[in-house]
Design a protein around this ligand. Structure first.
Ligand SMILES: C[S@@+](CC[C@H](N)C(=O)[O-])C[C@H]1O[C@@H](n2cnc3c(N)ncnc32)[C@H](O)[C@@H]1O
Length: 473
């Protein structure tokens, strides 16, 4: 097959033609055909449940056997060693309709009762996107000095380091395939207040589309972008700002240039919100995929379902957590739906809203329906291990680690000594280290709830019936 046959721009149009009939409507993602995936996945339902249980028990035992030592010399913690997550081929379908009327403007539903008790059959009667949007819209924008006083400042910096490492890694991979002055276009899906604005600048990308359901956050993102442009820093990318629900609205129709070909799509700490229902997850994948060039990347960070379930299985009741994060599961640990598996997540001053479990095999399988081939899925601690040497300078610059023992004027943020037992032991067992970089146990326990992922867009071939077929790279 020639390269022309699989030209992705043509592919985008055909996908649109096939799955959407009324351009312009904000409900379009809901109209996607889900029958194909439902048919494919229904057969796997029983296998999915038993595989999930096996996975969870494997995960628990491997984690028990794992060292939690994190102290390290020269500003590097030693995270616990865990096996790389294997994605197996199990899944089942779901039937979870959602309210189609939600838009980013619809943000006064904070008090909506959240009384769904999910059964294993994955029924989610209410739509949580309003609650999520309201939460993020009301989140106070904190100044630098206030942020620096946070109990979880190092965890936030560590997560930021991890995102910047991931973004840099995939910008570099993208650039390797380009000539020097070629444009590099990005979609920052669920951008929030623009936490990654600087990362795009530092990567010398040429255009960024910022999209988020929380209209107030998008406004703040736009204001921060303007500030950035006003500084004397050579040349800033162009940008556009969209306040839409990415799980329900077809973003491509909202772009200034609907024919735009993206090189990179990034969705940081947000894809899990779409796992409220199959339709929403599919809409997110469609948004991630349909404007992406063949060979382009879709990257992000999500909670790790295996780790969440492993901790849930060990817990007495439905709650897990420590002094900085808490999770209350709202489904039965032995009867977990693939969509709508809701838990309430609270993270000190940052998150306080419902989230949904993302079962990795389903994540991978659904992505492939949209031509996205999984190329990397790693726990945060494994990604850190792999990247810490290359990213060492930035670890220091971004203050992603806490210094132990503390300086007199900068006390430790965690509880002493219990949050630093690993550092104490490390210092006692090693020689020649006066100071090390580490993280408190409480922060590390929250950090290790997450995974990092990367997909690559496959080439599209249009079959005789006019349907897209994707060719793995
Ligand atoms: C934890 S914040 C992450 C923000 C940003 N990506 C970052 O890393 O700084 C999650 C973001 O996802 C957004 N979000 C949640 N559900 C969404 C949806 N259905 N459509 C678009 N954005 C959504 C929230 O408004 C919030 O800004």
């Amino acid at each position: 097959m020639s390269a022309e046959v699989v030209d992705s721009e043509a592919g985008v149009d055909r996908v649109g033609d096939e799955r959407q009939s009324s351009p312009g409507a904000e409900k379009q993602c809901q109209q996607q055909q889900t029958s194909v995936v439902e048919e494919q996945l229904a057969d796997d339902a029983a296998a999915a449940t038993s595989a999930a249980e096996e996975k969870q028990s494997d995960s628990s035992s491997s984690q028990q056997a794992t060292s939690r030592k994190r102290a390290h010399e020269d500003s590097e913690p030693v995270p616990k060693k865990v096996a790389r997550t294997e994605l197996d081929d199990t899944s089942k379908d779901s039937n979870v309709p959602s309210d189609l009327s939600t838009t980013s403007k619809n943000r006064d539903n904070v008090n909506a009762t959240d009384s769904n008790q999910h059964s294993g059959q994955s029924t989610v009667p209410a739509d949580h996107t309003n609650i999520v949007a309201s939460h993020y819209n009301q989140l106070e924008e904190k100044g630098l000095s206030q942020r620096n006083q946070s109990r979880i400042i190092h965890m936030r910096n560590f997560n930021n380091w991890l995102k910047s490492t991931l973004i840099k890694e995939y910008i570099d991979k993208t650039k390797q395939k380009k000539s020097l002055n070629d444009p590099l276009k990005v979609l920052d899906m669920c951008c929030g207040k623009g936490g990654d604005l600087y990362k795009w600048r530092d990567g010398y990308v040429t255009h960024v589309i910022f999209a988020d359901i929380a209209a107030v956050s998008v406004e703040q993102c736009q204001a921060r972008y303007r500030d950035l442009g006003n500084r004397r820093y050579p040349p800033l990318y162009t940008a556009e700002f969209l306040a839409y629900d990415c799980t329900k609205v077809r973003l491509r129709e909202k772009y200034k240039d609907v024919t735009v070909q993206l090189d990179l799509v990034s969705c940081q700490f947000a894809f899990h919100y779409s796992f409220e229902s199959l339709q929403q997850a599919e809409c997110m994948f469609k948004n991630a995929s349909e404007s992406l060039k063949a060979g382009g990347y879709f990257i992000g960070t999500i909670p790790n379902a295996y780790e969440l379930m492993s901790r849930y299985h060990k817990a007495d009741g439905k709650k897990i957590g420590n002094e900085i994060y808490s999770i209350e599961f709202q489904f039965d640990k032995n009867d977990v739906p693939l969509f709508g598996a809701k838990y309430h997540f609270h993270l000190e001053g940052v998150v306080d809203c419902p989230e949904f479990l993302v079962y990795p095999p389903m994540f991978e399988k659904l992505a492939w329906k949209y031509g996205l081939e999984l190329v990397m899925f790693e726990k945060f601690e494994d990604y850190y291990e792999r990247q810490k040497n290359d990213g060492k300078t930035r670890l220091g610059k971004m203050q992603a680690l806490e210094t132990y023992p503390p300086s007199q004027d900068v006390p430790l943020r965690g509880k002493v000594p219990e949050d630093y037992q690993h550092a104490i032991e490390y210092m006692q067992s090693s020689t020649g280290h006066r100071k090390i970089g580490t993280l408190s146990q409480a922060e590390w326990d929250a950090i290790t709830l997450y995974s990092v992922f990367a997909f690559q867009k496959a080439k599209t071939h249009w079959n005789a019936e006019g349907k897209p077929e994707y060719i793995k790279t």
